[in-house]
Design a protein around this ligand. Sequence first.
Ligand code: SF4
Length: 279
Amino acid sequence: MRELDRNIITYSIKELCIKANYILPEDVRKSLNTACENETFPVAKNTLGIIIDNYKIAESENIPICQDTGLACVFIEIGQDLHINGSLEDAINEGVRQGYDQGYLRKSCVSDPIKRKNTGDNTPAMIYYEIVKGDRLKITLAPKGFGSENMSQIKMLRPSDGIDGVVDFVLKVVEEAGPNPCPPIVVGVGIGGTFDKAALIAKKALIRDLDKRNPDPFYKELEEELLKKINNLGIGPQGFGGITTALAVNIETLPTHIAGLPCAVNINCHATRHFSITL
Ligand code: SF4
């Protein structure tokens, strides 16, 4: 069994927190640049230009892309033949603590949803564990702002609602969100599983590269159809109108019960931030 020192995990998480908040991933930049080239409405084109300038300034001056540096969402894929000396959870939280401190990132986590006292160091991280084959540890860090998180919804559709029910629900969620999630948005859709699993895969869909479509041709087509319909809503960049409301729709699916069709929509903003490392 391979051994991995927990200090390496802490260091990697710290670096990922800073990098993910300062640098927009290549696929998101490409998508924003293409959207700006193709946008026909002058106000929308200008707004996209400002968003592009903003991410360039953030990277060159080592400052966050947005003031909302998010909750630290950490996706862990851990090989079943890997042993970590010490608590993995503690190692992750220590990395978040150091990253948000050393990167001068806003601490946005409250310890209790009702009493609302800030924890002061942006911990605990929101951690999603997956056990996989092998002896490696893959970490993906995705800071999640709540302007977009708050606009997300889930619905337990009936099986008879079918694909039309899914399309109507996704469009309704995006329309109701309007300018609040800082468009152009990325739309993560989770279909199937249980109530909680649908939400989980919708969130996971947001860390898939924007230029990678679902490998199943049926869902690839649905992603493209939904993107077209969302961009026809005319919400546009920051809600000023135009043809660029979303950059991508990423759908993930799971098997589900004969009596159900769970559908979750997790929205991300133009600051769709995520970086990975494999240890
Ligand atoms: S939704 Fe995104 S761009 Fe808007 S404030 Fe939150 S993190 Fe920033």
